[in-house]
Design a protein around this ligand. Structure first.
Ligand SMILES: Nc1nc2c(ncn2[C@@H]2O[C@H](COP(=O)(O)OP(=O)(O)OP(=O)(O)O)[C@@H](O)[C@H]2O)c(=O)[nH]1
Ligand SMILES: [Mg+2]
Ligand SMILES: [Zn+2]
Length: 337
């Protein structure tokens, strides 16, 4: 039986609708007309080959399902990507024919020595790293990593401490002391509860008009927060139980916030590898180190003569976080978090 080259067929289809290799428009009048029919949009969900897009000028609820066009040549899109879409024709679905350059990326690697980065969300403005008040220490180690990755990718960071309802009044001081060192590392620290609604007004203000990605360990309440911030979302959350709240969300999805802006709920991850960065990249993710006057312009803060790090004025836990993550990407220590 002759083998059908699906890619070749797709190329033909796409050439017909105007984009040549590398997404350049083809010159023929028919191709130019086809290109005019293409529209720009933004990816709000991806399910393998199915891409959900909101077209520019359409309402946020008005989504369109598209497939990869041959002109994409194996390039993949993620939630948040800006794309050009060729409209559906007859039985043919709409096609994503071009991915526009990304302005920000939230990316991680499998582990700290693996350089292959996976982009989780593109072109978002802010990452809200969610930690559970009932598991603060592990959450803050995770946040250390997200702050570095987000800064490298051009995103701002909010630290959202969820489940404050489980903290007894007597422990509230402990919580304050634990998060205080992060004041200089993120745009804002917010204390919230998806269950009682505490702190959500302030969170809504911070989210308004922006694309915000929720990230955090599984079970910290990312989807619970999504559901209270976006009542129509009705996404499934983990039940409380022996294995409660473990990997309930399986794919990222962007949803419009009632007050404007978008919230991206993502699956919980166990760790956030920083293998795409070296020691200097890690240092850039510590805003507290920005003004450091080391003798060497390209100081790696690894014990060089004249390095200003030992005398730098930054909280001890943040200094320890830098040492830990810098050693992890250097390969001098294996960091288990
Ligand atoms: N006490 C308390 N429990 C909460 C709060 N928010 C979420 N939970 C509970 O935490 C569990 C996990 O919540 P999810 O919203 O599914 O967590 P998630 O971060 O989306 O988890 P993944 O999708 O697996 O990444 C559920 O049992 C929620 O009811 C909160 O503010 N307080
Ligand atoms: Mg979830
Ligand atoms: Zn230095």
């Amino acid at each position: 039986m002759p083998k059908i080259d699906v890619d070749a067929l797709e190329d033909e289809w796409d050439d017909d609708v105007a984009v040549g290799p590398r997404g350049r428009p083809l010159a023929s009048p028919a191709a130019r007309a086809a290109r005019r029919r293409q529209q720009q949009g933004r990816v709000v969900a991806v399910d393998r080959g199915r891409i959900r897009v909101v077209l520019e000028g359409d309402g946020p609820e008005d989504t369109l399902d598209a497939r990869y066009g041959g002109a994409m040549r194996g390039r993949r899109v993620v939630v948040g990507d800006r794309v050009r879409v060729a409209p559906a024709r007859g039985d043919e679905p709409a096609r994503v024919v071009e991915r526009l350059p990304r302005t920000t990326v939230l990316a991680r690697t499998g582990d700290d020595l693996d350089a292959h980065e996976r982009v989780l969300v593109a072109d978002a403005d802010v990452v809200a790293v969610v930690v559970g008040a009932d598991n603060l220490a592990a959450g803050l180690r995770f946040a250390d990593r997200v702050i570095v990755a987000a800064t490298a990718g051009g995103l701002g960071v909010l630290l959202v401490v969820n489940k404050v309802d489980v903290v007894a009044t007597a422990d509230a001081d402990g919580l304050d002391a634990a998060v205080a060192p992060y004041g200089g590392a993120v745009q804002e620290v917010l204390r919230v509860s998806a269950h009682t609604g505490e702190g959500l007004d302030r969170l809504r203000e911070r989210l308004a008009g922006r694309w915000t990605v929720l990230t955090g360990h599984s079970g910290v309440g990312k989807t619970s927060l999504t559901n209270v911030l976006i009542p129509d979302a009705e996404r499934r959350t983990g039940e409380v139980g022996p294995r409660g709240g473990r990997h309930t969300t399986v794919a990222a999805a962007a949803m419009p916030l009632p007050g404007g802006g978008w919230l991206v709920d993502t699956p919980g991850v166990r760790s956030f590898g920083l293998g795409m960065l070296d020691r200097r990249g890690v240092a850039l993710g510590f805003p507290e180190l920005a003004g450091l006057a080391c003798a060497l312009d390209d100081c790696r803060h690894a014990g060089e003569p004249g390095c200003a790090l030992p005398d730098a004025d930054l909280p001890e836990v943040r200094r320890a976080a830098f040492e830990r993550l810098a050693a992890a990407v250097d390969g001098t220590a294996h960091v288990e978090d």
